[in-house]
Design a protein around this ligand. Structure first.
Ligand code: 5GP
Ligand code: ZN
Length: 114
């Protein structure tokens, strides 16, 4: 996707503060953090929303979570706890239409979320 901001990051055209990367997955710090630790984990391949996931994406989605766990551990929030959120479509507050797993930690989280 030519003008998708997260695709531009995946292609290296924009350089976020990267905390993890491999062939399929990229993780970087959110530019507007909502917690002391807040990073996003994305697939390099463009998938607009979780509604667009297909059966063949099963392993890829698992890799997003494993990368999240790895970075959460490295950031020192794994034992205390952290929240992972993937917003889908407007009512959930999705603003970038390239799926991304929010990982937030470093403070107590409220439930239910707003
Ligand atoms: P959403 O609202 O789609 O669930 O989350 C999008 C997230 O992407 C927001 O938390 C926002 O701060 C973050 N974001 C949007 N554009 C950029 C960017 O250019 N760089 C970084 N690092 N984060 C971004
Ligand atoms: Zn994209």
């Amino acid at each position: 996707m030519a003008d998708c901001i997260f695709c531009k990051m995946a292609r290296g055209e924009i350089q976020p503060d990267i905390v993890y990367e491999d062939d399929e997955v990229l993780a970087f710090r959110d530019m507007n953090p909502q917690a002391p630790t807040h990073f996003l984990v994305i697939p390099r391949r463009h998938i607009a929303t979780t509604n667009d996931l297909e059966a063949g994406d099963t392993e890829l989605v698992g890799k997003l979570y494993l990368a999240a766990r790895q970075v959460a551990t490295a950031e020192g929030i794994a034992e205390r706890g952290y929240r992972m959120v993937m917003n889908c479509n407007p009512e959930a507050g999705q603003s970038v239409y390239h799926i991304h797993l929010h990982v937030l930690g470093g403070r107590p989280m409220n439930w239910p979320p707003g």
